[in-house]
Design a protein around this ligand. Structure first.
Ligand code: FA5
Length: 344
């Protein structure tokens, strides 16, 4: 009996010491298995009871149960203390959490400069009564050339290097002027419309030329339309678009087979008064080709040139975009570069 009591006493000391010196949940679990496990040190004491007298059993039995209960209680208390420390650490780390602090935001999309300019142009022309029309990019020779007074073998065809399709008489349109004929066939005068879209030219690409770029065309047909009407419309539009109320226009003669007379309009440089790199130190920037619609073109569109006249104008939209946003290389517009696009 004395031997058993000594073992109980030793186990009590060693188990308490092991529990108290456990530094982690893992160490604590190892101690639990060592003392309280099914084959642990406390369970190993039980067979010793068998050799004791009934009287001794009544003394030793409760002592063994007490030892087991004590170790269990200390184990649970130690486990709880580890949980408390963990919780306190977690609370500490959240204490200074600032919900308004800067975090890197996901990349947001932005509108392409073409889209911005598209909106400015359509808003302006809708406000003065023009509608917005569309036309095909794969076009017949008739709508792209012949109906626009550019017959086959005419030298004017060389002005616009053409991408021919494998389908006979079909081209990628070289300008948005094809919309003029489609619209004359569709509507009766008065007609006031603009059209914006991609055009294609078989040209080498450099900082200011691309083989695919955008144009923006306008047309007005009514009775007694004069050149003064197109000049006034261009002046009002460019003053609004370039946000310069003092912008002046300079008109020069220009040749386009589908207008007569044809003019080219330059605008005073909106960026300087005495010359800069944008206007190449000339104080004028080439803006738009325009003129009164040639009677042959009105006829091709089914409109009587004796009764009606009209003006047409055509911008290189790509160059307008570059001018408005100070873009130096046309290739950036189709580059899909995120660094470039996120500025707009
Ligand atoms: C025309 O295409 C005429 N259809 C415009 C027109 C319409 C005149 C109605 C009169 C009446 P032009 O070939 O000049 O014209 O082209 C118009 C504009 O497109 C040019 O002023 C220029 O800004 C732009 N452009 C021409 N080629 C390129 C190119 N390769 N890359 C980028 N822009 C170009």
């Amino acid at each position: 009996m004395k031997n058993v009591l000594t073992q109980i006493e030793q186990l009590t000391r060693s188990s308490i010491q092991a529990l108290e010196t456990s530094l982690s949940l893992e160490m604590l679990e190892a101690v639990r298995i060592e003392f309280l496990g099914r084959k642990g040190k406390i369970a190993n004491l039980m067979p010793l009871l068998a050799d004791l007298s009934l009287e001794d059993k009544r003394v030793v039995g409760p002592l063994m149960n007490e030892l087991k209960a004590k170790v269990e209680e200390l184990f649970e208390a130690k486990k709880q203390s580890f949980a408390d420390v963990l919780l306190a650490k977690k609370e500490e780390s959240f204490k200074d959490f600032d919900v308004t602090a800067y975090t890197k935001r996901p990349l947001e999309g932005s509108l392409h400069p073409y889209t911005h300019v598209h909106t400015i142009i359509t808003d302006f022309f809708r406000s003065i009564g023009f509608q917005v029309a569309d036309g095909p990019e794969a076009e017949t020779e008739f709508y792209n050339f012949e109906a626009l007074n550019i017959p086959a073998n005419h030298p004017a065809r060389d002005m616009q290097d053409t991408f021919w399709l494998n389908i006979p008489s079909m081209v990628m349109r070289t300008h948005t002027s094809n919309v003029q004929i489609h619209s004359m066939q569709k509507y009766n005068p008065p007609i006031a419309l603009i059209s914006i879209g991609r055009v294609y030219r078989n040209e080498a690409t450099d900082a200011s030329h691309d083989c695919m770029f955008q144009q923006f065309e306008g047309m007005f047909i009514d009775k007694n339309v004069s050149l003064a009407n197109v000049i006034a419309t261009m002046k009002l539009f460019l003053q609004t678009f370039l946000d310069d109320k003092n912008l002046k226009l300079r008109v020069r003669p220009g040749f386009f087979p589908f207008v007569e007379p044809g003019i080219e309009i330059d605008a005073s440089c909106p960026f300087c008064t005495d010359g800069c790199s944008t206007c190449k130190h000339s104080r004028w920037i080439e803006m738009v080709g325009a003129g009164l619609i040639h009677p042959n073109v009105l006829k091709a569109g089914g409109i009587n040139p004796e009764e009606f006249s009209g003006f047409a104008f055509g911008f290189g939209l790509t160059r307008l975009v570059m001018l408005k946003y100070g873009i130096s290389d046309i290739r950036l517009l189709h580059s899909s570069s995120v660094e470039f696009l996120k500025q707009f």
